[in-house]
Design a protein around this ligand. Structure first.
Ligand code: BGC
Length: 835
């Protein structure tokens, strides 16, 4: 044995004397192993350095341009009278008073989620802010509306308007001035996004159309706060984490200018055009600058390009600096602020650190919005919402009996039938029905909880998990399902049902009418099936909430339940209340699974709605507002959130550009299980007669002056071509595309006709290929053997692309592909027009 030895506590000296020569001899003998190992050891730190450098360099690549000064609101379009009144009021305010109305104050008298400072001397009472886009939450006497995603699945713009109109009136009766919705971001970039259920669709066009109608409906009563601005696509690392003094910043959404305009900014533009009065800046960073201090986003895009005349409020605790956020365009900090609360803005004006015109503009925007939407005639702040539902309070019933039929219609129209073998649906007076699954019955309790006064907000979280939310650290093992019929997702996008109509309740009353015998088991994942069952209905759900991204796209226990029932019942009908994409490949090909319905989040009339579809009172008329893949991996890098991976500055590169959801599937040539726009009904349709009547002209390269130049956005006031939403010509019609659709079946049914365009690429430098994109839809109810005409009106915006170099929307020259049909992949009519 000639190896060096050590004895006791004595360490062998490092390669000295005899041992050194022994080591050299050893190396010589084993050089084939020693040399590669040595090379590895030497290289590793080098590779590490290179990796660090790359990461650093890459982070540096994504920087947000600065755009100053902040454009001042001037009363564009129909805002002029409100601005006149606001100027009169703010003109009499002291700097301290102006400072005071820009921040949230503590209010213990109401249940408002935020209350802004007042200027009592001038008759300005402040504003009550409350959630959210799916109905008034966290109080009594209100309705639970269908969620954004459900309305997206309805593809019904009129219904979106009606919903918002009734919802807005409820906010108003409760003393709310600003309803914190609708939601346009997240748009659904990642399939597992926790808040995807709050927005309408994974498509900017559909979001823009439905969102604009929502703004119009809400603002008949209150101010709408469109959120979250912008590129807020994941819950994971959405807020900074303290991390023992080494804070981890919020994830930076890193995206290029073209992607920003054509995807994330797109729907916001429609909503500003529709007159939105408030916008909420988001938690994330955009190209490494926090959204609420991002001058490119707020000054450049929102107030400059979109010519937004309202005010920007921070998401709750989303403000991370004092003067930089004010200069970047933030007008109000919520729900409190440590940056502006000690008259810092006033002092900064006095010291010259902040331009007085900025503080005046902040106050003017807030007061102008208050006047613009009649809030000077509103009820006292939060009057109908007690701070604590458990203590005695005056009950304010904000529900309008007239909303009932609309609520039910909303609930019905967001159901998407994706499989129906041999017409098993609708049910035909079944003799025996078996009903299974935890989702068929309503949850066993619905009372305010200790941590959250209203239990929907933290559904399924244990106490420790709920407490842990405050740290902003990613939630461990979040729930995938909710025990009881899922009618809404969790977090601030939840709502408060006046009652819950569960599927089982509704089916029982049908059983009474039809003389049906019902067997049921709502607990077991392997229930017993009575052999005389005409059909087995299985109700499952897929939960989602603010604060965390979903741990997966299909809950395995629910899949086991479906497979077990299907193995014993050859007419298994599956209904999923899904708060986002839900995969079905674990069982959908089973011949015993005869029908499948994505029931989404219908609100309080869930049971009534599904019963009317199952029994054929109405045909299902929803279509998917997202893509259902065959397997999770088909979403590629857009399956789940970007992870911090130990970085203090987490980065999320949106390298896919505009190709999210169906555009990504088209670009990657991946066949989904159910494509965007897909859905069946109880009838069939034939498409014919495609006609294109488009008279757009290409935007000539040499005559276009860039409409917006960084830093000069105050020019809007002198430019009559600019109004609410920016360049007004973008919203002008360039013609229509028409088609006729015949109902070839035997029952009346609604069809959702969809128009997709393949826009010629204006520039060739894009690494992501352009795919067809949704540019029109129309929902029509057609009687059997009748034919309806649909007309898709195209706006200039719809045929334009964003030119990064010229900083302008241009209509590219070339051939535009036209596809009209039932979904993005099923387009029986194709044509083209040339510009
Ligand atoms: C959410 C907002 C919400 C606010 C007030 C935040 O956590 O991101 O959407 O409006 O809280 O509840």
């Amino acid at each position: 044995m000639d190896e060096p030895t050590t004895t006791g506590n004595e360490k062998a000296p490092l390669l000295k004397g005899v041992q050194q020569s022994k080591f050299i001899a050893f190396c010589r003998r084993h050089k084939r192993i020693v040399i590669p190992v040595a090379v590895m050891i030497l290289l590793l730190p080098l590779l590490g350095l290179i990796a660090l450098k790359t990461r650093h360099a890459h982070a540096m690549n994504w920087t947000s341009p600065v755009v100053y000064p902040s454009p001042q609101g001037y009363g564009a379009g129909n805002w002029s009278a409100a601005y006149l009144r606001a100027r009169a009021m703010v003109g009499n305010m002291s700097l301290e008073e102006m400072n005071n109305i820009t921040l949230g104050v503590v209010d213990t008298t109401s249940g408002c989620v935020g209350v802004s400072g007042s200027a009592p001397q001038h008759g300005f009472p402040g504003l009550c802010f409350h959630d959210a886009g799916n109905g008034v939450r966290n109080t009594d006497g209100v309705n639970a509306y269908a969620s954004g995603l459900h309305i997206g699945a309805s593809w019904n713009a009129t219904l979106a308007y009606e919903r918002a109109q009734y919802m807005g009136a409820e906010f108003k009766r409760k003393g709310v001035n600003v309803a914190l919705g609708p939601v346009l971001g997240p748009i659904g970039r990642i399939a597992e996004g926790g808040r995807n259920f709050e927005a309408f669709a994974a498509d900017p066009y559909l979001d823009g159309i439905l969102g604009a109608q929502s703004v119009i409906g809400l603002q008949e009563s209150v101010i709408a706060s469109i959120k979250h601005f912008v590129a807020y696509e994941q819950e994971t690392n959405r807020n900074p984490i303290a991390n023992n003094g080494n804070p981890i910043s919020s994830t930076s959404a890193n995206l290029d200018d073209e992607t920003m305009h054509e995807l994330y900014l797109w729907p916001f533009q429609d909503l500003v055009h529709a007159g939105a009065g408030c916008a909420m800046c988001s938690y994330n960073r955009i190209n490494n600058t926090y959204a609420c201090e991002n001058s490119k986003a707020m000054n450049g895009l929102l107030k400059g390009e979109l010519n937004f005349q309202g005010f920007v409020v921070s998401d709750w605790a989303g403000q991370h600096s004092g003067l930089p956020s004010a200069d970047a365009g933030l007008d109000m900090a919520m729900p409190t602020t440590g940056y502006w609360n000690e008259r810092q803005l006033e002092k900064a004006v006095n010291s010259g650190a902040l331009n007085q015109s900025r503080l005046v503009d902040m106050a003017t925007r807030i007061v102008a919005t208050y006047y613009q939407f009649g809030q000077d005639r509103a009820l006292p702040l939060g009057i109908g919402m007690p701070p604590n539902l458990l203590l005695p309070h005056n009950y304010t019933d904000a529900k309008d009996p007239a909303s009932k039929s609309s609520l039910l219609q909303q609930a019905i129209e967001g159901h998407v039938l994706v499989k129906n073998i041999n017409g098993v649906l609708p049910l035909k007076q079944p003799k025996v029905l078996s009903i299974f699954g935890y989702d068929a019955v309503q949850q066993s309790s619905f009372v305010p909880s200790v941590l959250f006064p209203q239990s929907w907000e933290a559904i399924g979280l244990g106490t420790q998990q709920s407490i842990g939310i405050a740290s902003n650290a990613p939630v461990q093992n979040p729930p995938e399902v909710q025990n009881g019929t899922l009618i809404v997702g969790g977090g601030s996008g939840s709502n408060t049902p006046a009652y819950i109509s569960s599927p089982y309740d509704a089916i029982q009353s049908r059983a009474y009418d039809d003389g049906t015998a019902i067997f049921f088991d709502f607990v077991s994942t392997n229930p017993t099936v009575v052999s005389s069952s005409d059909a087995c209905l299985v109700f499952i759900n897929e939960y989602s909430s603010e604060v965390w991204d979903r741990p997966g796209l299909a809950d395995p226990d629910s899949d086991t339940l479906v497979n077990n029932v299907a193995s014993a019942c050859n007419n298994t009908i599956v209904v999923i209340h899904n708060a986002g994409i839900r995969l079905v490949d674990a069982w959908v090909d089973s011949p015993n699974v005869t029908a499948v319905i994505f029931a989404h989040l219908p609100g309080q009339d869930a049971g009534r709605a599904i019963a009317s579809i199952l029994y054929g009172d109405v045909g299902p008329s929803g279509r998917l507002p997202y893509t259902v893949a065959r397997r999770s991996s088909d979403y590629g890098s857009l399956l789940g959130p970007c992870q911090a991976d130990g970085s203090l500055s987490p980065q999320c590169d949106f390298t896919e550009g505009v190709n999210v959801d169906y555009r990504g599937f088209l670009a990657r040539n991946t066949t989904p299980r159910y494509e965007f726009g897909y859905g069946l009904t109880y009838s069939s349709f034939n498409y014919a007669n495609l006609q294109t009547n488009i008279n757009a002209t290409t935007t000539p390269g040499d005559t276009v002056t860039p409409v917006y130049t960084n830093g000069t956005t105050n020019d809007n006031i002198n430019n009559t071509a600019i109004g609410n939403g920016g360049l007004l010509s973008l919203f002008e019609s360039v013609g229509t595309i028409t088609a006729s659709i015949s109902n070839t079946g035997s029952v009346a049914a609604a069809e959702v006709a969809q128009l997709y365009l393949l826009i010629p690429a204006a520039t060739s430098n894009s690494s992501n290929p352009r795919t067809r994109v949704l540019r029109g839809f129309e929902k029509v109810l057609i009687q059997p053997n009748e034919t309806a005409q649909v007309a898709f009106n195209l706006r200039m915006k719809d045929v334009s692309t964003w030119n990064v170099t010229r900083q302008a929307w241009i209509v590219p020259s070339g051939e535009f592909g036209v596809y009209v049909g039932k979904s993005v992949l099923d387009t029986p009519l194709t044509g083209s027009f040339t510009v």
